[in-house]
Design a protein around this ligand. Structure first.
Ligand SMILES: Cc1cc2nc3c(=O)[nH]c(=O)nc-3n(C[C@H](O)[C@H](O)[C@H](O)COP(=O)(O)OP(=O)(O)OC[C@H]3O[C@@H](n4cnc5c(N)ncnc54)[C@H](O)[C@@H]3O)c2cc1C
Length: 432
């Protein structure tokens, strides 16, 4: 009987340490520091580097990659339990060396990079010495990558890249970008693109502007609109086989999606905790909010949705560990990706409502979290696309029928039952 919802005692000790450490030492940074990606900023060096060292000493640094891929990781299930704590703080994943998009990029480099690429980019990335960016989406369309136009043309020992990319997160802080470019325009829709490592300081890489989300002031965002003009990279910067960019992307996106979901569990828990505390603290018409049935409903619905989502994330993480192949758990990953924005949105919305004016004020993080729920429904592919994937995967286990009335209608079931057990029944049983 293998079903078990308990955490190993030794690992629970590490999780308890993480929860205390994040609450007492990392969360304060959220309130006073700017971007968590400014690795060279003196404040970052003074405040974040010592915490990273403490995490290393606890053996919890960069746990997203398994030892076979150059990391310290111990699988997705344990990572999920860790990430739901880290998801509660803006700085936590950087302090623990497992922040997006670097985690997914590290996964690609570990799987497909040459020894030289690993030494030059993967190791410093895992050490937290440099940041990276993933440059796939194009301005004319993200959800349908078969429309991509950014071209990489072979020229001697190099590829020469020309085109534009949109929403390349953290490009402004990154030392390199992983760029999806069309190398084989005549090939089939999913065999046209390849993945290339491009140093950010290569001639011809230009950030047209840094786009922000929500109320971020213009120019201060971190999602770059990037133009590549005659950018030359050696052929050995190719990640994976030529024309297999889509397959390589899955290596990163499968992990990226579940890691977002793990951290989102933490964000949802944060909103839920605030809502419960507020419900027990605020009084109106002679009783605390927690006594009002409509507030109780909000808490009950939120708990059910949060815990169901969490279990789905944990089960998906467990299945990834079982199969060690994202393609075999596409259905599960699509399901958590599609349900994440709704659960996040609904719990945060209720939390805002219970807080009244304070809920929408800029003194609570809730409006940013609400926008975050929309981001989760767009980044790494829109919800609609994941629902299509989920439905297709689910339907693989079913077959249609050419009967006018399906076998599961009562008359058909009754006829079948008479054939099977009618001779044992003494009274007359008539077919319908
Ligand atoms: C905060 C953030 C960070 C991001 N970071 C990165 C990054 O680091 N690197 C990167 O390359 N990209 C990044 N992206 C881009 C992201 O991957 C794209 O936004 C996403 O793939 C959707 O592409 P799009 O925005 O062009 O939307 P579109 O493709 O224009 O789609 C718009 C809408 O159309 C609908 N739609 C689209 N396709 C279908 C369909 N098949 N069926 C039904 N409805 C559909 C959906 O409602 C969808 O939201 C980021 C996005 C965000 C918001």
């Amino acid at each position: 009987m293998a079903w078990d919802f308990e955490t190993d005692k030794e690992y629970q000790v590490l999780l308890d340490w993480t929860a205390e450490f994040v609450k007492n030492k990392v969360e304060p940074l959220d309130a006073v520091l700017g971007s968590a990606m400014e690795y060279q900023d003196p404040d970052f060096i003074k405040c974040v580097r010592p915490l990273q060292q403490e995490v290393r000493e606890m053996g919890l640094w960069a746990c997203h990659l398994g030892p076979e891929l150059g990391g310290l990781g111990f699988g997705q299930l344990k990572l999920a339990l860790l990430n739901e704590i880290l998801g509660q703080s803006r700085f936590a994943s950087v302090v623990f060396g497992c922040q997006a998009p670097d985690t997914g990029n590290a996964e690609i480099l570990a799987h497909y990079g040459t020894d030289e690429i690993k030494e030059r980019y993967l190791q410093p990335l895992l050490n937290g010495e440099l940041a990276s960016s993933y440059s796939m989406t194009e301005p004319q369309g993200g959800a349908d990558p078969t429309q991509f136009k950014c071209l990489a043309v072979e020229d001697g020992d190099d590829f020469v890249i020309n085109g534009e990319k949109w929403f390349s997160s953290n490009a402004r802080y990154a030392s390199f970008l992983i760029v999806m470019a069309v190398t084989d325009p005549e090939a089939s829709a999913h065999g046209r693109a390849s993945m290339l490592v491009v140093p950010t300081d290569a001639p011809g890489v230009e950030i047209i502007r840094n786009v922000g989300v929500g109320a971020e002031p213009p120019g201060q965002g971190s999602h770059a609109y990037v133009r590549y003009t005659d950018v030359r990279v050696p052929k050995r910067n190719l990640l994976g086989p030529r024309g297999q960019g889509f397959a390589v992307a899955q290596t990163r996106l499968g992990g990226g999606r579940i890691h977002h979901a793990m951290r989102t569990v933490g964000q949802i828990r944060r909103a839920f905790d605030m809502m419960c505390e507020r419900a027990l603290s605020r009084s109106t018409k002679g009783e605390i909010l927690a006594s009002k049935q409509m507030v109780q409903e909000k808490i009950a619905d939120s708990w059910i949705e949060m815990e169901s989502f969490r279990l789905l994330v944990l089960r998906t993480a467990w299945r990834i560990d079982q199969f060690n192949d994202y393609m075999k758990v596409r259905k599960d990953i699509a399901a958590i990706k599609a349900s994440m924005p709704k659960v996040y949105h609904d719990v945060v919305s209720r939390c805002i409502q219970v807080h009244g004016a304070l809920g929408v004020s800029n003194e609570l993080p809730l409006s940013g979290m609400l926008l975050g729920s929309y981001v989760m429904g767009i980044a790494d592919g829109p919800t609609e696309v994941h629902k299509v994937t989920l439905a297709r995967q689910v339907l693989r286990d079913y077959e249609g029928t050419d009967q006018l009335f399906p076998q599961y209608t009562l008359p058909n079931r009754r006829r079948a039952a008479i054939d099977q057990v009618g001779h044992l029944i003494e009274r007359e049983v008539e077919a319908w």
